[in-house]
Design a protein around this ligand. Sequence first.
Ligand code: FES
Length: 229
Amino acid sequence: MKLRLRIKRGTVKEERYDSFEIEVSEGMTFLSALQKIKEEIDPSLTFRQFCRAGICGTCAITINGFPKLACREQVLPYAMLEEEVTLEPLEKFPVIRDLAIDSSDMVTEMKRLRSWIREFSGEVRIPPELSRRIEKSADCILCLACQSHCPQILEEEYLGPLYFAKLYRFLEDPRDQEGEKRLEIAVEEGNLYHCLSCNKCNNVCPKDVEPATLIRELMTYTDTDGQGK
Ligand code: FES
């Protein structure tokens, strides 16, 4: 069986689409397909990969308009439709080349929000029920699929689902002592209440973090004026 791919190439200044056709093998993912093209047809094809196991989040690309982890998405169901599949870089990020985006702003933002446990000392017991609640948020692999698919990201001041999901984890985690501050950032600097609650981020998150659900949870920590309770 053959798979026909239409891949966005180049940079924002000079972009084009190239078509490729490859033989599909059993268990082939889009990342394996890209690797095959790079090895056998066009060595200049640029994309990101690292763990190849759905853990590092670096291989996220847009497949037929939806953000997916290339290393987890199987090509077979697409090949069976016998239609050309379009691969593009994640939307809303600067493109370095082909499918590789520049995600350095995300790292800067994570540092600004101090997305790690702050001021922890001593021993804290976390009940299993709370651990399960935190787990969802902690499962985020920073693949940026949610940010890419969120319609509200076009509004510059809106922080976005990825960061709110992270903030939720630290707000709930009893080892973190900056809950109030984080809530303030979410509401005032991140415009938490600008979330459209469209659930698009929930639908595309490859780790089922459900950022939109966590955003709604975050809102329950604030009073009707959007201030911390
Ligand atoms: Fe790490 Fe795909 S290569 S998540």
